[in-house]
Design a protein around this ligand. Structure first.
Ligand SMILES: Nc1nc2c(c(=O)[nH]1)N[C@H]1C(S)=C(S)[C@@H](COP(=O)(O)OP(=O)(O)OC[C@H]3O[C@@H](n4cnc5c(=O)[nH]c(N)nc54)[C@H](O)[C@@H]3O)O[C@H]1N2
Ligand SMILES: Nc1nc2c(c(=O)[nH]1)N[C@H]1C(S)=C(S)[C@@H](COP(=O)(O)OP(=O)(O)OC[C@H]3O[C@@H](n4cnc5c(=O)[nH]c(N)nc54)[C@H](O)[C@@H]3O)O[C@H]1N2
Ligand SMILES: [Mo]
Length: 793
């Protein structure tokens, strides 16, 4: 269908289509493009295959050259190599193999290990004003940051600065604050356990719990629901459990793109006889069929079918789905008492079952069909599979967590599993599939605005400090605090706060009110250009880089989605000798800010990461003997009482059935409910390229996927161009509108009333107050929009 659009109106905030070739500078760069040369070829029916290997090798060779490609890809997820920065899916135990390589893992490595550099000369050539007109894709593709840079008040260029001067500048700004709570310290999820532990120690020594992180926008809803229900906010299964399960439900997750290594585990589970149920508004290639590029069958044959049952649910219908399934399971048990409901488990371990049973028997199945768009016959088929299975795992990701009713939805899933006694036995349990490769470890190490008293007390005890006890700001609260002038210094340990957060215009204005913004980063991004009065960029090592301190090669450790902790050793030459490790940056800043008499041995920590691990062993539960255990070939697993011994450290001391009023997402007349999601060619806000291969879109990202029936009823045609306008009622009762300009309408298989478009282009549409109840996670999977036609296709 190769469509080329005429030139377009400016889209604001750097989305402008570059028309003048000179304007692109940094010539012959792959990020030179016309955003609207989108081609639409139709969705694919399978994921991976040989093409995946070819794409990743091509990408790796272009970014890194042959030597670094070999040095990095062969060490990816190997026992003596580095942990893949791609995602938090675990390595398979019993010796990691080269087969642990996947297309998107290879792309993530190529992004970090690229030989392109963003040097002081680059910043001399490009003013901040000019850079802020660039799309995120262009910024992503410029290469690794090589030097600490400062943007002084009134200046229009970042200039080089010495590390010591940078630390002094930060310390001066922080000390000048009337209250430590006026500083915000964000963390993204790639930070190692060692750096995360020290960062939270620095922040708490300084005197605040303002430690928002990317998890606030990601699996916070999972953590919140699971802590209430089972007492531990993490998944209760291992890879072995998945392989041993006889039924796996995958809801609100697109593993073919975001956790490709999960597909080979699913293939094994299927070979063992497991059935798979996919619950997703889109027919995602990775859930349909998998061609393992490492096997002859995958290379030559058709691969294996993944989902035995595809529930193409309406956006936001999952709570109703699981409540309806709950009712059908209770009724199946009535027909054959004792065959479905695990009364023994419930009596021994659970609380509140009676309330759950009463509510669930009263669930109206017609309402469930309306909320989910799923017909009664399919509902009964799925319930029959769930009633018959002996070992059930439910996996989920952002399709469930980023909704207003995300916490009740995850509680509803847990209820069904508890009713069937599916927690704390082999082959069964809850599996929130984490995103960033160490987002779970960062939390374990204390990156959380509301760490429990037991952790703070242990920290104080170990170091002789007094941690503050007032809970800090999460991500949304931090934006509000900056917006309202309550926070003045913003520091980020990785990530891209300006682009990843909701309500882009509001967030950017909030960041601009700061007196100082500090970004510890590997690559250039939008957050360097949305700055406070003074701004710093501090370049840090990434996972793949060699880290030598005091003449000794240092290693770090990470925790995956299944609570396995293991080492990660980078081996590549860093982009410049000015780039420092995150550990070193934290320790050196701490020395400057807290002074030489501070009781924490910052200098020792910076020079020998084993000493950090010894401190972690003393403070973090389950990390005893950390240095020894983390050096075992597959590392070690952190304790998880529900998984290990069916003990539930909740307020009741039991697993709780949590009952919430039923909620779903109705579609207002003439409107659509938009989900914001990832393409196959991006890592969150880092854009690798313009192809979403499995969905059949290439050459551009400003597309909106719409059901053909909606396209017709809205008086549009496939190929038309539209503005997306979101509509919300504000706290003052007035209708608010937000606009993202110029998207191409793509006819696509999604339920009537639902639409999808990529993040972060759509973040301006998500109001700051549109958040999940209890977890405060931006509800970026359900934004009510209308389409305004701007150009007929
Ligand atoms: N290559 C690559 N890997 C990544 C990332 C990346 O950007 N690129 N990001 C990492 C991070 S931080 C994370 S959190 C994970 C994200 O992993 P995912 O959660 O898989 O990411 P999304 O693209 O947000 O996909 C959400 C999925 O949920 C579906 N969905 C949307 N709304 C609903 C709903 O209401 N109900 C149901 N049942 N499904 C719904 C969408 O159709 C889509 O398939 O991936 C991690 N891995
Ligand atoms: N609308 C919408 N918004 C979303 C989502 C969505 O689905 N829809 N998803 C949300 C989710 S799940 C998440 S996790 C967040 C992601 O939010 P973030 O984690 O803040 O964003 P990333 O794009 O992953 O951050 C990329 C930047 O991290 C830096 N970086 C990469 N590796 C390293 C490293 O090793 N060290 C350091 N110091 N820096 C590094 C690079 O400079 C890069 O530019 O976005 C959230 N926002
Ligand atoms: Mo995430």
């Amino acid at each position: 269908m190769g469509i080329r659009f005429p030139s377009v109106r400016g889209g604001g905030r750097g989305h402008r289509t570059p028309r003048d070739p000179d304007h692109l500078a940094e010539s012959d760069h792959p990020a030179d493009y016309d955003e609207h040369a989108v081609r639409v070829t139709g969705a694919k029916g399978e994921a991976a295959g040989v093409r995946a290997v070819l794409v990743s090798m091509q990408r790796a060779l272009t970014s890194m050259g042959p030597v670094r490609t070999a040095a990095s890809l062969f060490r990816l997820n190997q026992r003596h190599g580095f942990d893949c920065p791609g995602c938090a899916w675990p390595e398979e135990p019993g010796g990691r193999k080269f087969a642990e390589f996947c297309e998107n893992g290879a792309k993530a490595v190529a992004e970090e290990a690229t030989t392109r550099l963003v040097t002081p000369e680059f910043f001399a050539r490009h003013s901040v004003a000019e850079l802020s007109e660039r799309p995120e894709y262009w910024l992503s593709q410029q290469g690794r940051l090589t030097h600490p840079m400062v943007l002084r008040p009134g200046d229009d260029h970042y200039r080089p600065i010495d590390w010591d001067d940078a630390y002094r500048l930060i310390a001066d700004e922080l000390r000048a604050l009337p209250d430590p709570d006026q500083a915000v310290f964000y963390t993204s999820g790639r930070t190692s356990n060692e750096a995360a532990f020290l960062y939270q120690l620095l922040v708490r020594s300084f005197g605040t719990n303002n430690l928002p992180d990317c998890s606030n926008m990601c699996h916070e809803s999972s953590g919140t629901a699971l802590i209430d229900a089972i007492g531990v906010g993490k998944g209760s299964v291992t890879v072995e459990d998945l392989v041993a399960a006889d039924l796996i439900v995958i809801a609100g997750q697109n593993p073919g793109t975001n956790h490709p290594r999960m597909l080979s585990v699913l293939e094994k589970a299927k070979a063992n006889g497991a059935e798979i149920i996919a619950v997703n508004p889109l027919r995602e290639a990775g859930l349909l069929r998998f061609k393992d590029p490492q096997k002859v069958r995958g290379v030559l044959g058709d691969g294996v079918a993944i989902a035995d049952e595809y529930v193409q649910i309406r956006i936001g219908g999952d709570m109703a789905l699981f409540a309806g399934l709950g009712r059908l399971l209770l009724e199946a048990d009535d027909r054959a008492p004792g065959s479905v409901v695990d009364r023994r488990f419930i009596a021994d371990h659970c609380a509140n079952f009676a309330a759950y049973e009463a509510r669930t028997r009263a669930v109206d199945l017609d309402t469930v069909c309306e909320a989910t768009g799923v017909c009664r016959a399919q509902l009964e088929r799925v319930a029959a599979k769930m009633a018959a299975a002996q070992r059930i795992v439910v996996c989920w990701a952002m399709g469930l967590t980023q909704h207003r009713h995300a916490v009740p939805t995850i509680a509803e899933i847990t209820n069904v599993l508890l009713m069937r006694g599916m927690i704390g036995k082999p082959g069964a349990g809850v599996c929130p599939v984490r995103g960033h490769s160490n987002v779970q470890g960062d939390r374990t190490m204390g990156i959380w605005e509301k760490m429990p008293e037991s952790f703070l007390a242990a920290l104080d005890d170990r170091f002789g400090i007094t941690s503050p006890r007032t809970p800090g700001h999460d991500t949304v609260a931090a934006i509000r605090a900056m917006r309202d002038g309550q926070a003045k210094v913003f520091m980020a340990m990785g990530g891209n706060f300006a682009s990843a957060t909701p309500d882009t215009e509001v967030t950017e204005a909030a960041l601009r009110t700061c007196s100082l913004t500090v970004q510890v980063s590997t690559k250039l991004n939008r957050s360097h250009l949305v700055h406070g009065r003074t701004a710093l960029i501090l370049p840090s090592l990434g996972r793949t880089d060699r880290d030598i301190r005091n003449g000794v090669r240092q290693v770090v450790s990470v925790e995956d989605s299944m609570s396995m902790v293991h080492l990660s050793r980078g081996s590549l030459t860093p982009p410049s000798d000015q780039v420092r490790s995150e550990v070193a940056i934290v320790c050196e800043l701490a020395r400057e800010l807290l002074g030489p008499d501070h009781p924490v041995p910052w200098e020792t920590f910076a020079d020998d990461y084993d000493t950090i691990r010894d401190a972690i062993a003393d403070v973090v539960p389950g990390c005893e003997d950390y240095n020894t255990r983390v050096r075992r070939p597959d590392g070690f697993q952190l304790p998880h009482p529900p998984r290990d011994s069916r003990e539930f450290p909740t307020a009741t001391g039991r697993a709780n059935f949590e009952v919430y009023p039923l909620e779903w997402v109705p579609v207002p007349d003439g409107r659509l409910v938009l989900q914001t999601l990832r393409s196959h060619d991006q890592y969150n806000t880092t854009i690798y390229g313009l192809d979403d291969r499995y969905r059949g879109v290439s050459g551009g990202r400003r597309v909106v996927f719409v059901n053909p029936a909606d396209i017709a009823s809205l008086g549009l045609r496939d190929g038309d161009r539209v503005d997306l306008v979101s509509e919300f009622t504000g706290a003052d009762g007035r209708l608010q509108e937000r606009r993202a300009e110029d998207f191409r309408v793509v006819a696509y298989s999604t339920p009537v009333g639902n639409a999808a478009a990529y993040y972060p282009e759509t973040n301006p549409l998500v109001p700051l107050d549109h958040v999940a109840i209890k977890s405060n996670t931006p509800a970026s999977k359900a934004v009510v929009i209308r389409l305004e036609k701007t150009w007929a296709g």
